[in-house]
Ligand binder design. Structure first.
Ligand code: ATP
Ligand code: MG
Length: 149
């Protein structure tokens, strides 16, 4: 099915408005209308996991920046947060099933550790890829590339 990625993400942002406000997080985005061919339910799961993580593992009064860009026959979606970040070792494992960074920081946050492994499978299934960059204590950036069709 053809779907508008920007509309999907904007709708999710509306759904997370309350959580964003509660944590006093400033979210900015650049989401030009971009249609791609894929499974709408699965792709919504991807944005949902990335946005919920960016909120859960953020600081009070932190920031989130979401960018969507067309790059040749692909789209690139970037989720950047100013959260707790990940160590080099943690970074190696975050796409593993049930992995959660074993620190007191995440123990206070609910989750199963399945989100990113599902995200990875869905992105791969669509012929795309996902990368993570992070600095401990500073923030994390996920970059997703997906073919338009
Ligand atoms: P679930 O998504 O199933 O509710 P979860 O959020 O703990 O649970 P994942 O989304 O798979 O699981 O993330 C795995 C782990 O990676 C998290 O527990 C957290 O330690 C770390 N992590 C994920 N996203 C971020 C982020 N944006 N900033 C810092 N750490 C993150
Ligand atoms: Mg998650």
């Amino acid at each position: 099915k053809w779907l508008d990625v920007s509309e999907q993400i904007k709708e999710l942002i509306r759904q997370y408005q309350w959580q964003l406000g509660e944590k006093d997080i400033m979210l900015s985005y650049s989401l030009p209308k971009t249609d791609i061919f894929g499974d709408p339910v699965l792709l919504e799961t991807v944005w949902d996991n990335l946005l919920s993580n960016a909120i859960k593992y953020n600081k009070t009064a932190g920031t989130i920046d979401i960018k969507l860009e067309r790059v040749e026959s692909n789209i690139q979606v970037v989720f950047q947060d100013s959260g707790i970040g990940l160590t080099e070792q943690e970074k190696e494992h975050i796409f593993d099933r049930f992995y959660r960074a074993d620190t007191s920081r995440t123990r206070a946050v609910e989750g199963t550790g399945l989100g990113l492994s599902i995200v990875f499978s869905i992105v791969t299934m669509h012929g795309g890829d996902i990368k993570v960059e992070s600095e401990e204590g500073k923030g994390t950036t996920f970059t997703i590339d997906l073919p338009i069709s």
